[in-house]
Design a protein around this ligand. Structure first.
Ligand code: TYM
Length: 335
C-alpha cells in the first residue's frame, strides 16, 4: 500500500517555488486518493533561530496555505511536527544510524553555511536530514513528493532505512521514493537563472511570494531578468537560456501543461508579450489562494483545532511503528 509523506518549513513566507514544487502537487496526490500525510516541520525550522511569535504565526499561516491550496484536513492528515513526539524520538535513533560521512555530503548544509562560519551553525542544522528521514519513516511512507532540492535528503532517508534494516536483520522500513515531477521541480530566482527561488534570498524581487498582490507580481515579472531573443520553437532552444527557460517552466506548471505546449503558443514572440501574459496567469492562480489564506487566518482557534486533530491522527499511525522500533533495537519498555 502506498503512503505519501511530505513537509514544509514554517520559516517565513512561501514562494511560487514552494507552491509549484510542493503544495500544488500535494493537493493533486490527495485527490488521486493516495493516503497522504502533510506536515508543518516546526522542529526543522528551529535549526536556525526563529523568533517565537513569528514561528507561531508562520505555522498557522502555512496551515492556511495548505488548506487554501486544496489540502482537505479530513482527507489528508495535516499537523505540525512538534505535536507528535515520534519525530524527535526516531530522529535521535537515526542520529545513531546515519554516519558522519553521509551528513558531510549533504549539499543543503553546505549551501546554508556557504560564506558563513559553519562552526557557528547549530548541531541541529547538521543533523537536519536525519530528522527528515524520521519524519518519513515514522509513517513507513513510500512516496515523498518534493522539489528537486530535496532529492538528496530522500536518498539519504533510503540509506538510513537500508542500514537500519541491515544492522538489525529486519525488513522493517520501506525504501521511500522521491516523487519529483512536472515542469517546475526547480523554480529559479527571477534575478539569476542559476539560483533557486528561495524565501531566504535577501532580494524580495528574486521571488514571487504567495501573498504578493497583483501589482507586485506583475512588477516582479516585468523586471525579471531575461534575454532579448524571442521564445524558441523547441525546448532545446531554451537549453542555454536559464532565465527564459524558468519563465516558460513556470507558465507550463501554472497551466498544468508542458514546455512544448507553451512554446507552441508563444514561439517567435518576445518577453515583452510573454511576461504580461505570465503575470496575468500567476495572479489568476495565486490571488484566490492568498484571499483564502487571509480568510482562514481570521480564526486561528479553528486552525489550532485542525492541527490538534491532525496530530492525533498522525500519532495514531506513528506510535505503533515507534513501539516496534524500540523493540527491534532492544529498549526495555514500560509495562
Ligand atoms: P522547504 O520548506 O525548504 O520547501 C518545501 C517544499 O518546497 C520545495 N521547493 C521548491 N520547489 C521548486 N522550486 C523551488 N525554488 C523550491 N523551493 C522549495 C521543496 O523542494 C520542498 O518540497 N527539508 C524540507 C522539509 C521537510 C520534508 C520532510 C520534506 C522536512 N521533513 C519530509 C519531505 C519529507 C525543506 O526544507 O523544504
Amino acid at each position: 500500500p502506498n503512503r505519501i509523506f511530505s513537509g514544509i518549513q514554517p520559516s517565513g513566507g512561501l514562494t511560487l517555488g514552494n507552491y509549484l514544487g510542493a503544495l500544488r502537487r500535494f493537493a493533486q496526490k490527495q485527490d488521486e486518493g493516495i493516503e497522504s500525510i502533510y506536515c508543518i516541520v516546526d522542529m526543522h525550522a528551529i535549526t536556525v533561530w526563529q523568533d517565537p511569535a513569528k514561528l507561531r504565526h508562520a505555522t498557522r499561516e502555512l496551515t492556511a496555505a495548505y488548506i487554501a491550496s486544496g489540502i482537505d484536513p479530513e482527507k489528508s492528515v495535516l499537523f505540525n511536527q512538534s505535536q507528535v513526539s515520534a519525530h524527535a524520538e526516531l530522529g535521535w535513533i537515526f542520529n545513531c544510524v546515519a554516519r558522519l560521512g553521509w551528513m558531510n555530503r549533504m549539499t543543503q548544509f553546505k549551501d546554508k553555511t556557504a560564506g558563513k562560519n559553519a562552526e557557528a551553525s547549530s548541531l541541529g542544522l547538521y543533523a537536519y536530514p536525519a530528522l527528515m528521514a524520521a519524519d518519513i519513516l515514522a509513517y513507513k511512507a513510500t512516496h515523498v513528493p518534493v522539489g528537486d532540492d530535496q532529492k538528496q535528503h530522500v536518498e539519504l532517508t533510503r540509506d538510513i532505512a537500508a542500514k537500519f534494516n541491515h544492522d538489525f536483520g529486519v525488513n522493517f522500513f520501506p525504501m521511500p521514493e522521491p516523487v519529483i515531477e512536472g515542469a517546475a521541480t526547480r523554480v529559479m530566482s527571477l534575478r539569476d537563472g542559476t539560483k533557486k527561488m528561495s524565501k531566504s534570498d535577501p532580494s524580495d524581487a528574486s521571488r514571487i511570494n504567495l501573498t504578493d498582490d497583483a501589482d507586485t507580481i506583475a512588477k516582479k515579472l516585468r523586471k525579471a531578468v531575461t534575454d532579448p531573443e524571442p521564445l524558441p520553437e523547441t525546448a532545446e532552444g531554451l537549453a542555454s537560456r536559464a532565465e527564459a527557460r524558468n519563465l516558460v517552466n513556470i507558465y507550463a506548471a501554472l497551466t498544468n501543461s508542458s514546455v512544448e505546449a507553451v512554446l507552441g503558443e508563444f514561439a517567435g514572440q518576445g518577453f515583452g508579450t510573454f511576461k504580461p501574459k505570465l503575470a496575468e496567469l500567476a495572479v489568476s492562480v495565486l490571488s484566490p489562494i492568498s484571499t483564502e489564506m487571509t480568510r482562514l487566518m481570521q480564526d486561528t482557534g479553528e486552525i489550532d483545532r485542525i492541527l490538534s486533530r491532525g496530530a492525533e491522527r498522525a500519532e495514531a499511525i506513528a506510535r505503533p511503528i515507534l513501539d516496534d522500533v524500540y523493540d527491534i533495537i532492544g529498549m526495555v519498555r514500560r509495562k
